[in-house]
Write a protein that binds this ligand. Sequence first.
Ligand code: MD6
Ligand code: FE
Length: 222
Amino acid sequence: MAGIGTRAIHTHNHTMNTGFQFPDGFLLLPEYFTRRAQEDLLRHVREGVRSAPLYRPVMPRTGKPLSVRMSNFGPLGWITSKEGYRYGPHHPVTNKPWPKLPDCLDQLWQKTANWPSPPQACLINYYDEKARLGLHVDADENAADAPIVSVSLGDQALYRLGGPQRNDPTRSLRLSSGDVVVLAGAARHCYHGVDRIYPGTSTLLPKGGRINLTMRVVGKIT
Ligand code: MD6
Ligand code: FE
């Protein structure tokens, strides 16, 4: 694992005629994980999804399936179903507890989150080449100001970051395997999403696609 600072990009605020300013608290650490560390992490993800299989969640109310498949690590997992979004201790299909968060992710949290408590949930998102994730703000956590730390594995993604309002200007970034993104401070309340996956841009996953892991402090479950 490369240390922070060796390749950290402190995304500087320039507007490039787009009216976009990187929000405070947004941090991109390109290739934080070496190839070797990515392979290690992937092994843990594979082990996790053996006991907590990726499932296809559906949108609240409409029941429309998401294109991203999901699972979780940790005491709590983020779940969406026709009943709504929530955090819960059990896999919605197997009803078993989520697998324990791998140590390497715990260490990533300790090095990057600058937050006094450990993450309670780690959402695992799997994107095939056609999957996308619409612009959203993560707002189902009572610990609304705790940062979210995210890791990308596999094919590159076109990630879009906006502001606190849905119609604020946005900026698109390509995320690559091993990259870490931290949303803290103001950035924690900013819209973001994944517009597309670039197939064939990584050899980490033999069948292609992209995995994104996001660690969260949830606070009280309501
Ligand atoms: C993704 N990431 O990269 C989607 N959320 O596939 C997120 O939705 C996200 O990267 C909160 C914090 C960081 C993230
Ligand atoms: Fe998110």
